[in-house]
Design a protein around this ligand. Structure first.
Ligand code: IPE
Ligand code: IPE
Ligand code: MG
Length: 241
């Protein structure tokens, strides 16, 4: 069987792919398990897709792992997700290094439990010299939080006389977001059949191609990822021109 991978044009790859990893709970429920089991299996997909992205030569892969709104889930689920985050980061650091992957994080990291923040920072430091794929984890992230936060910082700079109102433009705003220095996504994928953006990268996806699949995140595999890239390559991007 030929793989979608062989059909991908290596000279026209999306530079940055963002994924809303959704459907863990439903995937588990359909199999008679609790939601946590779905999150645990979602880690396998994270591993597979990170490897696929690194192999094929994607520069940035951003994964929406935990939203600002997700803090409102039952405490037991939040705790389980934070535990999973800690364990995964710890276990995967050697593999990230082996695959030349650099870990980054966006979001309000101050809200993470101390231990999670610590392990995260350690992995970021230990992979910071890698030059292959940049894997960006969105944690305690939401776009409205990010934009609100940037407005506060910009206002303070104006108050302090370091910036003038007339300095504010598209580029300046981008440079105050947590995604500064990361190019806007070319392709955004959402799994699980929901057709919405759920407060993810609202500013950054102005001209991003959107791709929705019914497959739940724990079932999402390399072939599904290649298929999304192939579909992207068949789109015509006009950027309003
Ligand atoms: C995505 O799966 C993972 C997180 C949001 C942390 P869900 O937990 O949202 O699973 P569903 O969408 O309820 O099936
Ligand atoms: C979006 O999924 C957040 C993440 C994937 C981390 P949700 O399951 O939280 O979003 P809604 O509630 O379906 O919009
Ligand atoms: Mg969901």
């Amino acid at each position: 069987m030929t793989s979608f991978k062989d059909k991908i044009d290596k000279l026209n790859l999306p530079k940055h792919i963002a994924i809303i990893m959704d459907g863990n709970g439903r995937w588990a429920a359909e199999r008679g398990y609790d939601r946590i089991f779905g999150h645990q299996n979602g880690v396998t997909s994270v591993r597979e897709i990170t490897e696929a992205a690194a192999e094929i030569g994607i520069e940035y892969l951003t994964l929406y792992a935990f939203s600002t709104e997700n803090w409102s889930r039952p405490q037991a689920e939040v705790d389980a997700l934070m535990e999973l985050l800690i364990d995964t980061i710890e276990n995967e650091t050697p593999t990230l290094n082996k695959n030349n992957v650099r870990l980054m994080a966006i979001g309000d990291l101050t809200r993470l439990p101390g231990k999670a923040a610590e392990k995260l920072q350690r992995c970021i430091d230990q992979t910071s010299k890698n030059t292959g794929l940049s894997l960006v984890l969105a944690l305690s992230y939401s776009s409205r939080w990010e934009i609100t936060n940037s407005l506060k910082i910009i206002s303070k700079e104006i108050e302090a006389g370091k910036l003038k109102t007339d300095d504010i433009n598209d580029e300046l705003i981008s440079s105050f977001l947590t995604t500064k220095n990361i190019p806007d996504p070319d392709l955004m994928i959402r799994t699980s059949g929901e057709v919405r953006v759920s407060n993810f990268l609202l500013w950054q996806i102005a001209y991003t191609e959107l791709y929705f699949t019914k497959t739940h995140w724990p079932a999402f595999r390399k072939e599904d990822f290649y298929q999304a890239i192939l579909e992207f390559q068949h789109r015509e991007r006009r950027f309003g021109k």
